[in-house]
Design a protein around this ligand. Structure first.
Ligand SMILES: Cc1cc2nc3c(=O)[nH]c(=O)nc-3n(C[C@H](O)[C@H](O)[C@H](O)COP(=O)(O)OP(=O)(O)OC[C@H]3O[C@@H](n4cnc5c(N)ncnc54)[C@H](O)[C@@H]3O)c2cc1C
Length: 412
């Protein structure tokens, strides 16, 4: 059995599910050091990158679930033999569905791992690469070599070869592989490890999306063992994500919704796929402000309401959050969201009370990051591609202003 998952939706829906059980979630906050009581870790010192404030967060147990940053966090905690996580870069290409005359997905063995061509909405996703990444985990970069590797391999089985001009989007990510071995990353295990790395600090690393509930169970049970009182073992196996509860009746509820009547059936279907039973919250926004029911300028398969919702209900704080991590516009549109960025900034600005200057900054920053990513994609290797992205990051001057946190924001 295999399945599909939208990583942009998954992250935010998982956080909201945790919040419905009492968790407090904050994005854009960084652990910069740990608080201690003797040998025991008792919390962390936090830098909030949104407000540029710093504060201490006390905790009975800290769980280090930081993917490719796991080793760095253990070092920060003074762990002598940290868990070694090797980042393996994976690059995927997105091409329009009509470009390949295929009815099924393709999976083919390659000399290194596998090549796949998978259907994704109106596109095909072509992957994968699997190579060591030895630069900052903050900015994995796709290179000309990665793109050529994928095109060369897929073209061996296509009647009508793909070229760079067919590519509408490029993903580059880092797999967190737990290993001290020097083997090829493609040959390393994808299983996870959980350990108590220091008194009061539990690390969980490795694994896959497909095993995330097992990873969560193992990590929570390990954290519970660090407490000086008894708690029930993890119940994650029985907990549906928000948006899954009431899913069976969502189509009829949306059709009966006052704002549902003005939307086309494919728009309703799009909302159901993306939000499940939470889609009625998006329609509530349209009922209150009918203009939000219009297609988003520059990415017309999305509604303007979805960007408003990303800022009001899903904790999006920057244009890039909305284009890359609440929607997939940055990977689905041939201009990678360049045109949509302006409409997105205006919509987010209304929710988050941005000044005109802040709106302009968000747009130009998105465009500059995009130019850097596109330039990196023409570079021959990781070193040159990474240095381009790093230069753009350095050029981005600090620009923050207090953010209004309304009742609906992810951070209460
Ligand atoms: C190309 C590619 C293809 C993949 N395909 C699949 C697949 O088909 N199926 C599958 O199941 N899995 C797949 N995976 C694996 C899956 O994506 C990863 O296992 C998963 O994303 C890792 O999640 P994570 O939460 O452990 O780490 P991350 O998602 O990296 O989260 C770590 C978080 O820690 C935060 N952090 C780091 N340092 C600090 C700090 N100092 N303070 C506060 N926060 C910090 C980071 O900001 C980040 O948000 C794929 C991965 C890649 C790259």
């Amino acid at each position: 059995y295999d399945g599909q998952m939208d990583d942009a939706r998954f992250g935010v829906v998982l956080a909201r599910t945790a919040m419905s059980y009492g968790a407090l979630c904050a994005s854009g906050v960084e652990v910069t050091s740990f608080l201690r009581a003797g040998e025991r870790i008792r919390g962390a010192h936090i830098r909030d990158h949104e407000s540029t404030t710093e504060f201490d967060l006390r905790a009975r147990v800290v769980v280090n679930a930081t993917g490719v940053w796991t080793t760095a966090i253990e070092r920060l905690a003074g762990v002598e033999n940290p868990l070694l996580v090797r980042p393996s870069k994976g690059v995927h290409l997105v091409v329009p569905r009509q470009r390949l005359d295929l009815s099924y997905a393709l999976i083919l063995p390659t000399e290194k791992s596998v090549l796949f061509v998978l259907p994704w909405e109106q596109w095909w996703i072509i992957g994968t690469t699997d190579t060591d990444w030895s630069f900052s985990p903050d900015q994995p970069a796709a290179t000309r070599a990665d793109i050529d590797y994928l095109l060369d391999h897929v073209n061996q089985v296509l009647v009508s070869p793909l070229t760079s001009a067919d590519i509408v989007g490029v993903y580059a990510g880092l797999r967190p592989l737990v290993s001290a071995s020097g083997k090829d990353t493609a040959k390393l295990s994808r299983s996870h490890q959980v350990r108590c790395s220091a008194p009061g600090l539990v690390s969980v690393a490795g694994g896959k999306y497909t095993t995330y509930r097992i990873m969560a169970r193992d990590a929570v049970d390990a954290a519970a063992r660090e407490l000086d009182f008894a708690v029930d073992s993890s119940r994650t196996a029985d907990i549906p994500l928000v948006g899954a509860v009431g899913f069976a009746s969502v189509a009829s509820r949306l059709t009966a919704h006052p704002a549902g009547a003005v939307l086309a059936p494919e728009q309703i279907e799009h909302l159901i796929k993306r939000y499940g039973s939470l889609a009625n919250e998006v329609l509530d926004l349209v009922a209150r402000e009918p203009d939000l029911g219009k297609p988003l300028s520059g990415a017309e398969s999305y509604l303007a309401a979805e960007i408003h919702y990303a800022a009001s209900h899903e904790g999006a704080r920057h244009v890039d959050d909305a284009l890359s991590r609440r929607t997939h516009i940055a990977f689905e549109m041939p201009d990678r969201g360049r045109e949509a960025a302006r409409a997105v900034a205006n919509l987010m600005g209304k929710v988050l009370s941005w000044s005109d200057e802040k709106i302009e900054h968000e747009v130009t920053h998105y465009w500059a990051s995009l130019e850097a990513a596109l330039a990196a994609e023409s570079m021959p290797d990781d070193a040159s591609a990474h240095s381009l992205l790093a230069r753009e990051q350095t050029a981005e001057t600090e620009f923050t202003q207090p953010t209004r946190h309304g009742d609906e924001c992810l951070v209460p």
